[in-house]
Design a protein around this ligand. Structure first.
Ligand SMILES: [Mg+2]
Length: 199
């Protein structure tokens, strides 16, 4: 059976925080990357207290309606998947609000990630278990978020898990457990490790 590779989008294939930051700047707001969180990092220039969380969430949802289509791809991601696709079936597994289905699909195709994609909500373990059950081949999963990786390890333990954090500013802040989920933050380093794991 052909191996399977399940890949997250934001901070794995896409520079999400960078794109959201650009969007916020258009609304007169700034991001200060102080912690591994989104809403607590949004500020009005000159203010010490972060933006009201509900207002941050509102902007986040608006961003996903349209502007999410303009974020930059992670360096080397497209090339890495082209290579891995020779060996494995690729499925994109993204946690995104339902209104982003259209923009996200267009973004994927526009940036050379023309693979089947699934929009999930909540921990990714159950979705990964369901999708990987369709094949008896080896499977791997890549995400930036430790809770998603742990969820997959718990619900689909046969799937190899890898962490990748595309934005260099988030790397020192990201929760990691490299003994459970080997971590490689550059696609050039990660791709050969995945290739070996599902060979
Ligand atoms: Mg992500």
């Amino acid at each position: 059976m052909r191996p399977l590779l399940l890949v997250d989008v934001d901070e794995v294939l896409a520079m999400f925080i960078h794109g959201f930051e650009r969007y916020l700047a258009g609304h007169g707001l700034e991001m200060r990357i102080n912690r591994f969180a989104i809403f607590q990092n949004i500020f009005r220039p000159g203010e010490d207290a972060h933006l009201d969380l509900a207002e941050g969430r509102r902007l986040f949802n608006l961003f996903f309606e349209k502007d999410v289509e303009d974020i930059d791809p992670a360096p080397g991601a497209r090339e890495a998947l082209v290579e891995l696709a020779e060996q494995a079936s690729i499925v994109i597994l993204t946690n995104a609000p339902p209104q982003s289905r259209g923009p996200r699909a267009r973004w994927l195709v526009k940036n050379g990630f023309d693979y089947p994609f699934v929009i999930n909500s909540g921990p990714k373990g159950p979705a990964v278990a369901a999708i990987s059950a369709l094949t008896s081949g080896k499977a791997a999963f890549v995400d930036d978020l430790l809770p998603n990786l742990d969820s997959v390890a718990q619900v689909a333990p046969a799937v190899a898990t890898f962490q990748m954090v595309a934005d260099a500013r988030l790397r020192p802040l990201a929760y990691a457990a490299p003994e459970r989920h080997p971590r490689y933050d550059e696609w050039a380093d990660l791709a050969p490790i995945i290739a070996a794991a599902i060979r």
